[in-house]
Design a binder for this molecule. Sequence first.
Ligand code: G1P
Length: 294
Amino acid sequence: MDQSPKRVRKAVIPAAGFGTRFLPISKAVPKEMLPLVDKPVIQYVVQEAVDSGITDILLIISRNKRAIEEHFHPIVELEAELDAKGRTEELEQLRRLQSMARIHFVWQPKMGGLGDAVRFSRTFVGDEPFAVLLGDTVVTTPEESKPVTRQLMDVVESRGGFAVALQEVSDDKVSRYGILGGTEVAPGVFLADQFVEKPQPRDAPSRLAVSARYVLSPGIFESLEEVGPGKGGELQLTDAMRALMAKEPLHGVRYDGKRHDVGNKLDFIKANVEFGLAREDIGGALKEWLKSLI
Ligand code: G1P
């Protein structure tokens, strides 16, 4: 039997959380639908998966997240109107958006943590390794680098097991993240021997924090059934990953890039300024305006 790792073709994007850090707007508008200039955050996340070579995407949503579904579905009347008015640019943009990938949806009925959300992807995933991209976090990499998800896919497709994206954080931020400890086996690639969810700095094995992107093996589903509730009484993906480490290697990939956690108000505004400055149509004017402010 062929034991070499399978290619990663599928991605799961958890986007069911309440978005309590962004109330009141997140009450009726999913935080994943907040715009970075003119595209919702979720579209950048889907784009990263597509740019990484993913062809099938499952979005895990919940009751107040229907706008996400609508965003990826065609609106026939709108297309007809744009066509009739000769608005070809907008029409093309909509069509590109709708044909990005095969996009599927599933509901997480009750908020039970990231691990609980991932459980709902079991049927979709089947027996293949798969990427997980947190739906409220946009990750940008320098032009010469591959997307972070692609970097993780490369590691899993060549070394097997499963992988997480890492960024170094300062002491005061350690307790907000999953923290990985291990040995550097290639530049920026760590073979994990420890993995802890949101430790106090004195208990943390390193300053390497899990950063919103994963490539998991299907073995994670069994581990999710084995581990009980963890931090905050929720089913933690980190705990299931730690259990899986006993059976399969976990690699952490320290990437060169920027993580915009858009579920956080300050990061959201900073990201909009950065993305706005990078735009050809409004970048110049925005820069002038910013200069006049300070
Ligand atoms: C989750 C994970 C944590 C990870 C973080 C950022 O935490 O549980 O391990 O470091 O995302 O990717 P949350 O931000 O949902 O509390």
